[in-house]
Design a protein around this ligand. Structure first.
Ligand SMILES: *Cc1c(COP(=O)(O)O)cnc(C)c1O
Length: 374
């Protein structure tokens, strides 16, 4: 089976992990944490990067630091991974789901104002499937209404918006380093930001609320949201191959496009002219009429040929935990619903070779031909 994703640990990952082991610094203090935080902040062009145990925790911590409470509302897209909405729930606030823009599949800035109420505190702008949100528009609306903006950049490491790196386009940005993300350490996350006061608060909250000036004195209730030096060792090795990994994934995206572009009924991820998306998982949409079968049938047929794929996210407003905010409220988000029904991700990982891409695309073409001739 060709899987959707495989972590690529072929650089100095093993060497650095062994170094961390031998040094006995295996918990959440150590040189790899400091090195990764300073490298990652420099690459995102921010003053600071704070490592945490995963991307969900990064979102949770960001919302805690902003003082979110029960009754507050946060505007998020419905088309995203469930972690974005779960983090809002963890702090007792309510996610308000809005639709995405058909031109880039990210939260549609034109729909934000209609969803703002007296309870709205902020917006989480998810750079979906690697594509950056239209941050200037989002930030402008937020400023007018006194809201904060957080970027959820879990799927978009080093994507560019108008020449600037994601991670430095709002109050805070959160990242995930889960095994299928572009840069990984298995489980890990980070928050990037420029605000020193907020940084101090985030670091206190992630470390059980300990006073930075007085060890083992805890003025507030905090959490243990820390990342280990072992995991950070993997990240240090990943990040030194940044250019190589980005080049490799660009190549994969180009190879997919070249092999699929003339198959009827396949629609590609649109790219706004101000965006250089990160290359996470390759996305296509299936137009059932023109392609010959539905997205779900294509997924099942590909499986028979040993190619694993995954469908797009199910709209969060249709899932049981968000019934109150979604289904029961009769929320209708047509672009989200359409994308969710016909989108799928094809295998995308650094060690995916051209011959495998050619094979996957040949299978897709033969499925198309079979259904059209049926
Ligand atoms: C992966 C992901 C997260 C959460 O990351 P974890 O590290 O798995 O907790 C959050 N938001 C989005 C959009 C993601 O894709």
């Amino acid at each position: 089976m060709i899987p959707v994703a495989i972590p690529d640990l072929s650089g100095n990952e093993t060497k650095y992990v062994l170094e961390a082991m031998k040094s006995t610094w295996i918990s959440s203090t150590g040189p790899f944490i400091d090195k990764f935080e300073s490298d990652f902040a420099r690459l995102c062009n921010t003053n600071a990067a704070i490592t945490v145990s995963n991307g969900t925790v990064a979102l949770h911590l960001a919302l805690l630091a902003l003082g979110l409470e029960a009754g507050d509302e946060v505007i998020i897209p419905s088309l995203t991974y469930i972690a974005t909405a779960n983090a809002v729930k963890y702090v007792g606030a309510t996610p308000v789901f809005i639709d995405v823009d058909k031109d880039n599949w990210c939260l549609d800035p034109n729909l934000i104002e209609d969803s703002i109420s007296s309870k709205t505190k902020g917006i989480i702008a998810v750079h979906l499937y690697g594509h950056p949100c239209d941050m200037d528009k989002i930030n402008k609306i937020a400023a007018i209404h006194g809201l904060w903006v957080i970027e959820d950049a879990a799927e978009a490491h080093f994507a560019k918006y108008k020449g600037k790196c994601v991670g430095n386009l709002s109050k805070m940005a959160t990242f995930s380093f889960y095994g299928n993300k572009i840069f990984t350490c298995g489980e890990g996350g980070a928050i990037t930001l420029n605000d020193k006061q907020l940084e101090i608060r985030l670091r206190m909250l992630k470390g059980q609320g300990m006073d930075p000036e007085r060890r083992y004195y805890f003025p507030i209730t905090g959490y243990n949201f820390r990342l280990t030096n072992l995991a950070s060792a993997i990240l240090c090795a990943q990040i030194e191959r940044k250019e190589e990994i980005i080049l490799k994934r660009n190549l994969i995206f180009n190879q997919y496009y070249d092999n699929l572009k003339d198959i009827p009924g396949i629609i590609f991820q649109p790219v706004s002219d101000w965006a250089v998306p990160a290359k996470w998982l390759y996305c296509i949409l299936i137009n059932e009429k023109e392609f010959g079968c539905s997205r779900d049938t294509l997924i099942l047929s590909l499986k028979e040929f040993n190619v694993d794929t995954r469908p797009f996210f199910i709209p969060l407003h249709k899932l049981p935990p968000f019934k109150k905010e979604g289904v029961e409220k009769n929320v209708e988000l047509p672009v989200t619903e359409e994308l969710s029904e016909c989108g799928l991700n094809l295998p995308t990982y650094n060690k995916l070779f051209n011959k495998e891409i050619v094979y996957i695309c040949k299978v897709i073409r033969s499925i198309h031909n079979n259904y059209l001739n049926a």
